[in-house]
Design a protein around this ligand. Structure first.
Ligand SMILES: *Cc1c(COP(=O)(O)O)cnc(C)c1O
Length: 349
């Protein structure tokens, strides 16, 4: 049996895996590149990863290297998805896992995952940015701990593999790649992935990179740290650690960072779901950005565009209820049900 082997094995020649003894994997990657109903638009559905977000790509490599160097446990601060991924891969590797999350600001599905995988979960009253500072200091002072936040040097290379996959499927690089930006690591990873692929002559052009932030959490657009506020909790970050690198990547690519409103995110999430693609709100921000750029004439009809849907809609069921259909009570028999269904069919078909 020889199916997909996970991102570390599949792209080993392009990744820094020297000295890795045993690869830690849940067979992440190989996620669908779904053609949208909107012409020229593809959706990179990262919600199909083993823990439901793109974080699994970098985590596979980070955990592989943590295990190789003999770490006893991993630690991270997280808006939710990093903790879910770290907890899963630590469980897989047989390592301990400690996560610090901002109290009351993590979507229900993500917290459920970290607990299910058996992580030690601490809630901090400060926001994500404070939690991140805390774990940085902790990891610096305790050598048995490996920091698996985006500061971990193996996360970015692991996340590059999504860019490789997009090119492998399309047989070329897209013209535009649009993705949500929080701590701003993923946009750097994608850009480096495309650059690396072009160095290896596997693509001949490079895409423009578009980063999308929520209006209430847009430090890169404003050019200064903010107190972040948005329902898209995965990008509720006011002081991105990778801000400079992200801005450099965007500039080099000829792209931009833009901000979208909360209602635009919700509308994009609704539109996606109504074409059968369920994404968490942060992910929908990329499509909100696409819509905006299309209306502004920045995206042209001949452009091949990829929106990265970073996380699964199941992560945040409370958000889905906002734009989802109503649930109605019914306690009649088959006759009443038939009448109801016929009314519905006559009205809508
Ligand atoms: C982590 C995450 C982001 C933000 O990625 P950064 O690398 O922090 O910019 C966006 N969406 C989802 C679903 C995430 O989990």
């Amino acid at each position: 049996m020889m199916g997909w082997r996970g991102v570390v094995e599949e792209y080993r020649d392009l990744l820094p895996v020297e000295g890795a003894r045993e690869v830690v994997t849940l067979l992440e990657g190989n996620t669908p590149l779904i053609p949208s109903r909107r012409r020229g638009l593809y959706l990179k559905y990262e919600g199909a990863n083993p823990t439901g977000s793109f974080k699994d790509r970098g985590m596979a490599l980070a955990m592989t290297m943590a295990l190789s160097r003999g770490a006893r446990a991993v630690v991270c601060a997280s808006t939710g998805n990093t903790s879910a991924s770290a907890a899963a891969y630590a469980a897989r590797a047989g390592l301990g896992c400690l996560v610090i999350v901002p109290a009351g600001q993590v979507a229900a599905g993500k917290l459920a995952q970290a607990r299910a995988y058996g992580a030690q979960v601490l809630e901090s009253e400060g926001g994500f940015d404070d939690a991140q500072a805390l774990v940085r200091e902790l990891a610096a002072r305790e050598p048995r701990l490996e920091l698996v936040n985006s500061l971990n040097p193996y996360r970015t290379p692991g996340q590059m593999t999504a860019a490789f996959e997009i090119c492998d499927v399309l047989g070329r690089a897209p013209d535009l790649v649009i993705l949500p930006v929080g701590n701003a690591a993923n946009i750097v990873a994608y850009w480096r992935g495309f650059v690396r692929y072009s160095q290896h002559r596997r693509i001949t052009t490079l895409p423009r990179m578009i980063g999308v932030q929520a209006r209430g959490a847009a430090p890169l657009v404003l050019g200064r740290p903010v107190r972040p506020e948005t329902a898209a909790t995965a990008i509720r970050i006011g002081r991105p650690v990778n801000a400079d690198k992200a801005l450099a990547a965007v500039r080099e690519s000829g792209g931009a960072v833009i901000a979208v409103e909360e209602w635009e995110i919700e509308e994009a999430a609704r539109q996606l779901a109504r074409e059968g693609v369920f994404a968490e709100p942060a992910s929908a921000a990329s499509v909100a950005g696409y819509t905006r750029l299309l209306e502004a004439g920045y995206v042209r009809a001949k452009d091949l565009v990829v929106c990265v849907l970073t996380g699964n809609g199941l992560k945040d069921p409370d958000y889905a209820i906002r734009y989802g259909s109503e649930v109605r009570a019914f306690d009649g028999g088959p006759e009443a049900l038939l009448a109801e269904v016929r009314g519905w069919l006559d009205g809508s078909v």
